[in-house]
Design a binder for this molecule. Structure first.
Ligand code: ATR
Length: 270
């Protein structure tokens, strides 16, 4: 029995159990993917206990950075991003990696229209998610990347780490005038949060807008982008694609996102 799961706080609403248990059934593995709600103060002790019985975990809010110090090894991607979303446990040793960058890049590659990677991308937000997205944009080959965030120090820190351009938050709309892709990585627009205020009039007509928020699937930002006839990429593809290499690391098979899984996810989000 290969046991896996997600650790976070809170974690009840995670869609990861639906995704991974679907693949466990589809590919016929003897396994189970569960949820483990772990308060930050218990992370170290609980993870040590669980690591004797589990093959790995996904890591979600708020543990993606804290868990780094609990890993025995980290791969290059996790080091560069500075966050871990996947743990692979082998003989009690915890290996940390990050599949969010892969998930974001695949979601852009598989968009129904071509995103111009020879153009400029503008990333809004400077949390852990922004670091994964910028890593992915660089992997995709984006020629120029700009980042804007409410707190300037965080913008500047990421700009320095990744060699991208820092933009003041109040200049975020002006900075959209020459871009081919806008990405929201802030928590704004999520159910229960304020919408992201961003006037899309400045964006070139061929630009695409991607929101990594997937609850709701179509945020106010994406609705506005649709109205303006811009290309729209929702956040659910990133969630689905980041799950694939994690599953492969634990179960040894790179899974597909088939129509059945897509339908189950659509139902869960409806
Ligand atoms: P994650 O790991 O998912 O990126 P996070 O680290 O909490 O989550 O980051 C949340 C992001 O949303 C940050 O960029 C935050 O901006 P600050 O760095 O200024 O806090 C952004 N954010 C949250 N609320 C915001 C608001 N009301 N206006 C602008 N940005 C906001």
């Amino acid at each position: 029995m290969i046991r896996t799961g997600v650790i976070g706080y809170p974690v009840q609403h995670s869609l990861s159990p639906l995704i991974h248990n679907y693949w466990i059934d589809k590919y016929g593995f003897d396994g189970h993917y569960g949820t483990h709600e772990i308060a930050p103060s218990d992370l170290s002790d609980t993870l040590k206990k669980l690591s004797t019985e589990y093959a790995g975990f996904n890591v979600t809010i708020p543990h993606k950075q804290r868990v780094i110090e609990l890993c025995d090894t980290l791969d290059d991607t996790a080091q560069k991003i500075g966050a871990v979303n996947t743990l692979v446990i082998d003989s009690g040793k915890i290996h940390g990696t990050n599949t969010d960058s892969f998930g974001f890049a695949e979601n852009i590659r598989q968009a129904e229209f071509r995103v111009d990677i020879n153009g400029t991308a503008l990333v809004l937000g400077a949390g852990g998610a922004a670091r994964g997205v910028i890593h992915a944009l660089q992997t995709l080959g984006f020629q120029k990347i700009k980042i804007a965030n409410r707190t300037l120090e965080k913008t500047q820190a990421i700009a320095k780490d990744f060699g991208v351009e820092a933009i003041e938050w109040k200049k975020r709309e002006q900075a959209g005038a020459d871009i081919s892709l806008l990405v929201n990585t802030t928590s704004l627009g999520m159910t229960g949060q304020l919408p992201l205020e961003y006037d899309l009039h400045n964006l070139p007509p061929g630009a695409a807008v991607c929101d990594i928020v997937y609850k709701p699937l179509y945020t106010v930002l994406l609705h506005e982008a649709q109205k303006r006839g811009l290309g729209v990429i929702t956040g659910i593809g990133m969630l689905l694609h980041q799950a694939r290499p994690a599953f492969a690391a634990w179960y040894g098979t790179m899974p597909d996102i088939d129509e059945n899984l897509q339908r189950k996810i659509d139902e869960a989000l409806a």
